[in-house]
Design a protein around this ligand. Structure first.
Ligand code: ZN
Length: 207
């Protein structure tokens, strides 16, 4: 039973905002926060069930940060903020919320937590991480946490002031460029160099 929520930020890497045709937000502006239900999480190694109502589910590889009992960051993990891009485009055009596009069943593959205290260089090394996503062995996304428009501490301050954030909740910190459609049978391998590696396989199944 999941008892956590997954807070997330859109357009936190300029190269990704650009590839979707958006202007990157100014660092002095306001982050765009959305929610994925905690029950969307898929543990590392499990299959991702692709929804049968979307033909354009995209991978968005992201660094996820977990909040400890003191509501400070305690752990990190690799996550995939899966997005039904066709539904998102339709909902945005209609001026509707994105919930279907972002918070559908299995929409948040979430790797094993790595304590920040175990980072070589300590918690400040959080801003020095390089992470990658390969699909079927081919490199699709490369991110550097230093390229975030809103750094993790800024995002944390923002959400703590506005949302019912609780210990154990996760924060997804945004995706770099390279998002693309996932096909049934694809093997998705995410890695933070020298720290952790996770893999999931996508399967389209009948509901
Ligand atoms: Zn995302």
């Amino acid at each position: 039973m999941n008892t956590f929520q997954i807070w997330a930020v859109g357009r936190n890497y300029a190269d990704h905002a650009k590839e979707l045709g958006h202007t990157a937000p100014a660092a002095s502006g306001e982050p765009m926060i959305f929610l994925k239900a905690g029950a969307c999480a898929v543990a590392s190694g499990q299959d991702i069930r692709l929804p049968d109502w979307s033909t354009d589910v995209h991978h968005e590889c992201e660094i996820a940060l977990r909040l400890g009992a003191d509501l400070r960051f305690s752990d990190l993990a690799l996550a995939l903020d899966l997005t039904a891009r066709d539904a998102q485009v339709r909902l945005k055009a209609a001026g509707h919320p994105w919930t279907l596009a972002k918070s559908f069943r299995d929409s948040c593959p979430l790797g094993r937590p790595v304590p920040l205290s175990s980072l070589p260089g300590g918690p400040s090394a959080l801003l020095e991480l390089r992470f990658t996503l390969k699909v079927n062995g081919q490199l699709r996304q490369v991110g550097h946490t230093k390229d975030m428009i809103f750094p993790p501490e800024t995002l944390l301050t923002y959400i703590l002031e506005r949302f019912p954030v609780r210990p154990g909740d996760w924060l997804l910190t945004g995706t770099p460029a390279g998002v693309a459609r996932i096909e049934s049978g694809d093997r998705l391998e995410a890695e933070i160099e020298g720290l952790c590696r996770e893999a999931w396989t996508a399967r389209r199944t009948a509901a």
